[in-house]
Design a protein around this ligand. Structure first.
Ligand code: ZN
Length: 286
């Protein structure tokens, strides 16, 4: 699957993700004075592709980069950049830890065996880097923040907020006011580092409520090809709320929950819905 640079508006560009080596979306938020890049990519090659595509479309190169969370696919391309890196304080702590690890194949495999790393990420790293996995460089961020940060890129206002969630406790979103557009990072994804992938009501409900409070018309998740509308976002959240309600009421009984959720949705559940339901049950059991 080829990645493409999409021009969403004069102020917003993003490179589509790749599921082949788990490359997330890379964004460019273009103000009069600054271009803010969203996320640092999964490798120098990934960032190089992004910079090249921006240049082709006549967009100024990024002058700042913001990280949405610490996961490898969002930070391993930072060595390709020489601009200030902005990150939430917990993201910085995690990155400092990662920079102390050895990034050769044997060490990576050992971390998978000892459950420090998951095979999904290790396999994707091997695919992205091939023979050159030892060249991975982990770069420390320049600027830290705790809860919120406001950036004026030149007639373009960005609100950056640490929101947390099941996927990563440092998850951060960025909202571009004039465009009513939000980069979600992976914040709304499940916990992939748990023994069984899971969502918990305790983390997801406050997260969804907070994200809906923004007046965003568009929400872009890091591993999807296109933003979804506010209406779609709210509908998906409502479906998650319905699943959580049923589990709260019916406990672990998959079939009864499935039946009840089906009647709320007004349709048969797809395989994706059933997977989602299992993640919620995993979170409930945990
Ligand atoms: Zn992630």
């Amino acid at each position: 699957m080829t990645q493409k640079l999409i021009k969403f508006s004069n102020h917003l560009y993003y490179l589509t993700p790749s599921h082949v080596t788990d490359r997330p979306v890379l964004g460019a938020i273009v103000g009069k004075k600054h271009v803010l890049m969203v996320d640092g990519g999964n490798s120098p090659n990934h960032v190089e592709l992004f910079l090249r595509e921006l240049e082709k479309q006549g967009v100024k190169p990024p002058s700042l980069v913001l990280l949405t969370h610490w996961h490898w696919d969002h930070i391993f391309g930072l060595s390709e950049l020489s601009i200030p890196i902005i990150a939430q304080n917990k993201t910085i702590e995690k990155i400092k830890y990662l920079s102390g690890l050895s990034w050769d194949l044997a060490s990576l495999n050992y971390r998978v065996q000892t459950d420090e790393e998951i095979s999904f990420c290790a396999d994707m790293m091997k695919k992205e880097y091939g023979e050159s996995i030892e060249q991975i460089q982990v770069v420390h961020p320049t600027i830290g923040f705790n809860k919120e940060l406001y950036l004026d890129l030149g007639d373009l206002s960005c609100r950056i907020e640490h929101v947390g969630g099941d996927h990563a406790e440092d998850s951060t979103i960025i909202y571009i006011e004039e465009e009513r557009f939000m980069f979600l990072g992976d914040s709304t994804s499940c916990d992939i580092y748990a023994k069984k992938r899971k969502y918990t009501a305790g983390k997801l409900i406050p997260l969804m409520n907070r994200l809906e409070e923004y007046e965003a018309e568009w929400y872009l998740h890091s591993h999807t090809d296109a933003p979804i509308t506010r209406q779609q976002f709210i509908q998906e959240n409502q479906e998650c709320r319905a699943i959580m309600n049923s589990i709260h009421k019916l406990g672990r009984d998959f079939l009864s929950i499935e039946q009840e959720v089906q009647s709320v949705f007004g349709r048969e559940l797809t395989e994706d819905d059933k997977e989602l339901l299992r993640y919620f049950l995993n979170g409930y059991e945990a």
